[in-house]
Write a protein that binds this ligand. Structure first.
Ligand SMILES: *Cc1c(COP(=O)(O)O)cnc(C)c1O
Length: 353
């Protein structure tokens, strides 16, 4: 089965070999305070910095999921409220999770295929956390780099937190335009689910230290303190860190991957544009995602295409939330091979053109 599901997604082709290596190397039985674990953790951080072009001044942490990052931010960084700009199911959920844990959360929804309306963010954002989704996996929209830079300029006093779950390691990210970036590893990293990577600016670290919230096992100050020695607050998912290490060693640098992702996305959108029975959900080319492509059609057509795909060994992503029945989604993640995309195109040509 070739999976085009946007998470959990097609595994990196090296995973079977890495799993065997992990099992026989002994790393899965070592103590997480040991020298062996610390050197694995440190080397993984070095590789992430190198391959994803994370600035030196930013810290890298290993946590359990993107959902956990929503809660870490709510409990450890939001002391004076947050502002959530969202246009789909994941951004909306982030606001809902935060509203349960933090006070003064403001929700700023926008139409999914409009450009992010930065003017709608209250001007007085000092001390607040602005929360946005870089790549909205539910509908295949993406924020461009210019928008993120502009947001940073408009709100220099705020902390800016970005959910980049379905774009980190697939698209180049403008890290210095925000303070917190996070992603779980079952999307563009091509790993099994069960871990996330969080990247924090010095400003975010300082804010966590000022607030000094220590009520949780995953309080950000505790995570920061443990990571000074490349350790975690709890026994971490060592297998996932091992696999991440191997995958990052083998991966090209993000600027090269970004070109590859963009090239394949452009080809796919052009291809989908020829369909007579379906089309791209996102009409506005400026906000289209490069990593998650949503295809819209009548619900009967969507259901038929998905089931016919399965009989040919192709797994398409279901639609999500509001678009559950009117779309299917195609992941354009680095682990998916070009010849697999050719197979998908042959199939879709027969079904939809
Ligand atoms: C998949 C996804 C999540 C949730 O990730 P978990 O690993 O299940 O916590 C959050 N945000 C976005 C944008 C996603 O695509």
């Amino acid at each position: 089965m070739i999976s085009f599901y946007p998470g959990p997604s097609r595994l990196d082709p090296g995973i079977p070999a890495y799993l065997g290596e992990a099992a026989t190397s002994g790393i899965l039985s070592v103590n997480h305070r040991s020298k062996d674990f610390v050197s694995l953790s440190q080397d993984t951080v070095i590789q992430l910095r190198l391959k994803l072009a994370i600035p030196d001044t930013y810290s890298v942490f290993f946590v359990s999921s993107a959902t956990e990052c929503w809660e870490i931010i709510a409990q450890s960084l939001i002391s004076e409220g947050s502002i959530h700009l969202h246009n789909g199911a994941f951004g909306e959920k982030w606001h809902e999770y935060t509203a349960k844990l933090a006070k003064s959360t403001v929700s700023v929804p926008f139409v999914f295929d409009d450009k992010a309306p930065l003017d709608f963010i209250p001007k007085s954002s000092s001390g607040k956390v602005i929360c946005i989704t870089h790549n909205e996996t539910s509908n295949g929209t993406q924020l461009d780099t210019a928008t993120l830079k502009w947001l940073r300029e408009l709100h220099p006093e705020a902390l800016i937190a970005v959910d980049a779950t379905s774009s980190m390691a697939g698209s180049a990210l403008p890290f210095s335009s925000a303070d917190l970036w996070f992603a779980s590893v079952q999307k563009c990293f091509g790993l099994p689910a069960g871990m996330a990577v969080m990247v924090c600016s010095e400003k975010a670290i300082n804010k966590a230290t000022d607030i000094d919230e220590r009520n949780h096992y995953n309080s950000l100050v505790s995570i920061i303190e443990k990571m000074e020695n490349f350790q975690t607050t709890h026994t971490p998912n060592v297998l996932a860190i091992f696999l991440l290490n191997k995958v990052m060693h083998a991966r090209k640098r993000i600027d090269e991957i970004d070109l590859f992702t963009k090239r394949r996305a452009a080809e796919l959108y052009a291809f989908i544009g020829q369909f007579t029975k379906a089309g791209p959900l996102v009409e506005n080319a400026e906000v289209r995602s490069d990593t998650v492509i949503a295809v819209e059609a009548e619900p009967e057509i969507i259901a038929k295409v998905k089931s016919n795909a399965l009989t040919e060994g192709i797994l398409l992503g279901n639609g999500y939330g509001e678009w559950a029945h009117s779309t299917f989604r195609i992941a354009n993640f680095p682990s998916i091979q070009d010849n697999e995309f050719e197979k998908l195109k042959d199939f879709l040509r027969r079904e939809l053109v």
